[in-house]
Design a protein around this ligand. Sequence first.
Ligand SMILES: Nc1ncnc2c1ncn2[C@@H]1O[C@H](COP(=O)(O)OP(=O)(O)OP(=O)(O)O)[C@@H](O)[C@H]1O
Length: 267
Amino acid sequence: MNDRTRKAPPVLQVRDVTVRFAGLTALDAVSFTVAPGSLHAVIGPNGAGKSTCFNVLSGLTRPASGTVTLGERDLTRLAPHRIAALGVARTFQNIVTTHGTVADNLMLGRHARSRAGFAASALRLPGAVREQRAHLARAREIAELTGLGPHFDSPVHLLSYGDRKRVELARALCLEPRVLLLDEPVAGMNAAERARTAAVIGTLRAELGLSIVLVEHDMGLVMRLADEVTVLDFGRTIAHGTPDEVRRDPQVLRAYLGTGTEEEGAA
Ligand SMILES: Nc1ncnc2c1ncn2[C@@H]1O[C@H](COP(=O)(O)OP(=O)(O)OP(=O)(O)O)[C@@H](O)[C@H]1O
């Protein structure tokens, strides 16, 4: 059990979000709601707008119109660090940590939550030492939760690719988020690593009660883990529902099989 179990996260609501890049509409009035403690997947073929959607949620891209709210808070125009401070943490598709030990990387993640100043820490004042110890203990718990416990003191570059990618996930968890945005968490992994990471994601939701938004190309993983799925294609929502509902949706099948109508512009 963990002592950080908190009340349910607030509802994350994306309403009518539109993003344009020059002439291209990357997201076109996209809306979805992430229920507290649920796992919501955003899927779609290449170029559908999934990363753009994540960039809006994490404050890296400002939409031309529409809003993103977490409970009562409007996140739409906040800087990324403010959004993170409100409890929305993300991982990145292509970042795989290579420096330091697992512990070093997780402590970097804890740094944002540290109250003791740099000088107090450097001078090893008692309060700062106590705080540091508590952060280290929590980092160790997070390592256990993400399957990295045995590697806590290992240099990251000696770990397998799958473990290294989970270091990024564990570092995001060190922010103690209420909402976790996972951008292709199993990309590039082999089958065993994918299964391991899927199990970790399931555990996170069960044990921490987090809301999770998942962008992932691995449909098996999405269908196994998601409570709800939003399907994008060319920036538009083409389907929304439970995994079973979307997997049978003719528009989804068309988008994935590339046999779309002229209007959908499939090649
Ligand atoms: N900074 C940008 N400037 C111009 N166009 C962009 C920019 N970012 C994304 N796009 C375009 O917006 C559209 C949506 O891209 P996005 O990366 O969000 O799709 P995606 O669903 O994440 O794709 P993938 O599965 O390949 O990662 C694409 O046509 C892409 O080329």
